[in-house]
Design a protein. Sequence first.
Lengths: 772, 228
Amino acid sequence: MSDSEKPVLDTVPHAVDTPELAQPYAELGLAEDEYQRIRQILGRRPTRSELAMYSIMWSEHCSYKSSKVHLRQFGEKAPANTRMLAGIGENAGVVRVSDDLAVTFKVESHNHPSYVEPHQGAATGVGGIVRDILAMGARPIAVMDQIRFGAADHPDTARVLPGVVAGISTYGNCLGLPNIGGELVFDSCYQGNPLVNALSVGVLPVDRLQRKEAEGEGNIVVLVGAKTGRDGIGGVSVLASATFDETSQQRRPSVQVGDPFMEKLLIESCLELYDAGLVAGIQDLGGAGLTCALSETAAAAGTGMLIDLDRVPLREASMEPHEVLASESQERMLLVVEPAKLDDVLAVCAKWGVLATALGTVTGIGEPLTIRWYGEDVVSAPPKSLADDGPVYARPLREPADRVLLTADVAETLPRPSTPDELRDTLLRLVSTPNLADKTWVTEQYDRYVLGNTVLAQPEDAGVLRLSEESNLGIALATDGNGRYARLDPYQGAQLALAEAYRNVAVTGAEPIAVTDCLNFGSPEDPEVMWQFAEAVRGLADGCQQLGIPVTGGNVSFYNQTGRTPIDPTPVIGVLGLLPDVRQRIPMGLRPSPDGHGDLLILLGETKPELSGSEWAATVHGHLGGTPPAVDLEHERRLAELLRAAGTRGLLTAAHDVSDGGLAMTLVEACLRYDTGARLLVPDGTDPFVFLFSESSGRVLVSVPRGMQAAFTALCGEYGVPCTGIGVIDPDNRALAVAEQFTVELDELRTAWSATLPALFGAPATAATADR
Amino acid sequence: MSRIGVVTFPGSLDDRDALRAVRLAGAEPVALWHDDADLHGVDAVVLPGGFSYGDYLRCGAIARFSPAMLSIVDAANAGMPVLGICNGFQILCEAHLLPGALTRNQHLHFRNRDQWLRVEHTDTAWTNSYQPGEEILIPVKNGEGCYVADPSTLEELETTGRVVFRYVRGNPNGSQHDIAGVRNAAGNVVGLMPHPEHAVEALTGPSTDGLGIFTAVLAQLGSAVGER
């Protein structure tokens, strides 16, 4: 190529000389006024590289420009808390769990990439959240996945679901992280926009907490991990920050490709670097790649940087500087290292076979972020203008016009089953509906044993992990979300999700201590969506204040819609709980007691005729309307305290949350867990249908040994939690029997429950005992 | 106290679990590094599960050539007890310490489940603590665990009592003859796909049936010392 054909490198001097050059800011997702502000900040037009950086950092995904004004409530309403060591704004929240240990956890979305390329989209979602946990100084110890798809029998679900599950499976399994639980939901509102959220949790000694600040003039900036390629360019500004349309399928180059083996080596090398005290600052490279890592680390410390971008190891030699800055290649971390420690850092990375490259140095306070490309300046910008001074919008809000009609259309008046046979048929229909059916087809693809500390995992209400073999200190984690409830009332829907995750942690006997959230919504430019978002955030912030547990971090995912139709608002809430002794955890499954008698079954909480938004209304009537079940967070708090007290005293042999599908589904799951039958009696004056299928919140099914009934009911009285004896475990009959109503054999239930997903997504052939 | 080494390759995942199992069995766990040919005087070696070298090229194909493995092959041929679990079994097959190969599960999915096995033969360094025909519950978790061998090898394995573990109550991956684990002719080298190191504590495993594999080798080493 002769010099005359070579594309002109858009350097800072070149930008000064050509102020009127037309720039493609709109294509990069920047508004006209945003572009003008960039010119104002720089006092000239941005270079091509600078324009790429601003478009990324000021995108919805990175800047939270539409959500910021609402998310402030999480800080303003946060209850007083002495556990929190790092909160919102960090890579992940960190909470102290003992004198010397802390836990960090966060849930994040990877929705749009997973629709475009299900396997890699989901895999890199896991990789990204794990690096967030690693960046805090923690060893990642588990993952969870919250995945939502369109109708289970839609052809596109058969394309997306197996790929998403395989992606999560491959990446998490190859990292050696147990998958301890999650959610799988089908609803036609997610048809063109599946939700793939992933949570990771890690543990660290309190004094190993890492910071992202690029402090210390003269310190070296080191890029560690995979080579940089053209994958993922425009991921956050194009994919995550705009609505899908017909061209979405052509955006495959915007999806990153993951290499879990490299990430495993990155984890081990970073942990070795932390333990040797070799790291002054660290930030993971996720969405927005080097652009975000360089500007955020510098902005956090108030320093500048001088970077020689041409030193970045590339997969493709022809990459241009703006592409190197925008690349979202996976499995990379940015370190800030004291010069005297550089050789040691490089040696540790070499031991693990991980590339490490010094890119430049930290400069003084107030200095710009200067990036050179073969000696020429291509970026010279204030780091804070990129990381902190992005636009903030108070977008217009409007209550959805159809809400009055929607609320009036209640499910409580729909035709109900009334005869014993109808009730029995309804139960069998619900156990086989994709949302309530056995999830083994999915969870069997995940390693739940690796690391050897998994005490409870799916299908339990919460995952429980041992943190210490010496003290048996442990944690419980659960996530929940219900788009139907949130569609009916986003404020209450967010609180219901919070209450359910809180309760799912509490039924293991753990004390809920902290919250993370992934807020999945449609376009913020739609005032009705923005209203849903504002209401959900308000509900969650109020709920956390009432329960006395802080939101420690999370993620917002907007533009989850196809054309003009947004998804149901779907706040996914994760709750972390603490178990002083994991050996005292309470499992969900019913079991015969050692003395051969059946333990007593007791229902905690009150059952009301609440069916709007229920799984029954959706499955049987295809109905969504009315008001979701009432939430009483004060009751939830007392209920959690009761379960903790009863668990510590050994009064409970099992506890299982009542939620989707009502008490009937809770019983089915509890019976099938260990193949143990139960006999029930509908309490006097209660409609059997409401008793079995209402989705009233704040309820838990527990089993109590016969001799302990008096002690337990006295404890319920002490905590002010209503309790109702509803039956007994029946070790002699493998059936679920409801007196005067119906009996279903466990085998019949299991067949109905477990056949659904294999029938939809392919039964793995359990091959070849035939050749013997 | 017997010293049992566990090799960490880049991409090993169940190495810490194997070290824990060794400790719970009453031996001294010794962490070995793939790049170090020195086995540090261990009495036996466990090759743990995981995805060594990313399982790129073929499961276990690269690990086979590591300095530690070259030493282990020599030691195994000289009679040192060696156990390969999952990826470790794959490495042993690639290293030709065990016959056959592990291929993609027939249903093409990674599968993690609690699996019943029958201990077919107890005359090995790693199974002498079980009763012949005893059924044990151990987690299985792999994507490439389908054991295959040519007909004459299978015939030889069956007739010489070298099928050590067999899947019962369902075959999770399509293995020929329901084979879950095999041994070498001498009985000091055993490989199996299921994970006994995940069944050593009631708190975290489906059973404690896996502990017997790690106590077995201690008994073996103890009697070997006695014979000297």
